[in-house]
Design a protein around this ligand. Sequence first.
Ligand code: CTP
Length: 399
Amino acid sequence: MTAKRVLLIVSGGIAAFKALELVRLLRRANYGVTCVLTKNGSQFVTPLSLQALSESKVYTDLFSLTDESEMGHIQLSRAADLLVVVPATANILAKMAAGLADDLASTVLLATDKPVLVAPAMNVRMWLHPATQANMAVLAQRGVHVVAPTEGAMACNEFGPGRLAEPPEILAAIEVLLRPAGPLTGRHALVTSGPTHEPIDPVRYIANRSSGRQGAAIAAALAELGARVTLVRGPVSVPDPDGVTVHRVETAQQMLEACQSALPADIAVFAAAVADWRVEQAATGKIKKQPGAAPPALTLLPNPDILATIAAAGPNRPRIVVGFAAETDDLLANAQAKLVRKNADFIVANDVSPETGIMGGAENAVHIVSAADVETWPRLGKDEVARRLVRRIAEAFAD
Ligand code: CTP
């Protein structure tokens, strides 16, 4: 397969130096890179450094006769699989929204029919200005992809959103856009993972041993098959999978809200070990021991069942809904009961008795329970379980 090519447009901002790191990462990941450097961009990085890192000629000006005769703006876009603007200044975003073409970069952006990704970077007030926000809304509506700026201390001594996303994050977004189409391309998948933490007071909470590994592996496997994935994860230490939109939550109620706001989805996989109960009234201050007094009694309330709520019949029900059944006794009977009670299409049933080492471990031994049958899989790594499960979901989707 020939390497995919990125046309990287570097516009003028203090963050332009990070474009150099992005070029290095892209080359290391075997992408071809051609750079267009705007006039203002060349105040911050030199054509020579971009050329050395990209190992390709750098294009700087629409009106350079040699550039036009070698490769015009139309060919530049034609030769690329994706156009990426890093950093995207308020100015270039405004030009894109307005359809202006007064230099090579804006002309290429207007002339292209390829997907475009922008990574904005600017002063916080410029980013939050209604003009910039309106331009971003126009670009989003036209299908321009965005790696949102992050919040932090800025070169202008201010604090807030506007900092360029880090190059590895931009690379991850590029990889998603350049991924070959798979059986789940165009589908949106929602995944929950990890435990939930239900507060007792500001320093204590009720939790469980879930590591979030199986859910993260499922999210990654869905993305590998082309799905756009939203992962709603409780507090876990496993790293976020690449190319997946992650929402971090603490409690079951927050997890439900995050899932509901991620709808509509075509596929939903509920791998989280949600706490079944929460403390009725978490204390606002730390509960102190009183000498001689009885330990505090906690009154628990049931948490919402996220799977059952999302899987309830209605226009928003994802077409394929997968739940897990973590059991220590009567595994298959309990899984079959959950399939019906929660209105799921599949239940992935696993025995989490301590001697299995599954909860929090690297392997899983599962049965796939559906209304039609029960498939029993051998003990496998959680990544392999995820890949098989996602292939099974893609098959069900194709039926
Ligand atoms: N689940 C959920 N919301 C809850 C509880 C569970 O979405 N409040 C989902 C889990 O993510 C999993 C499935 O439901 O996919 C089964 O969870 P499990 O804890 O095994 O079952 P419970 O419904 O809690 O039943 P029980 O405690 O009786 O085993």
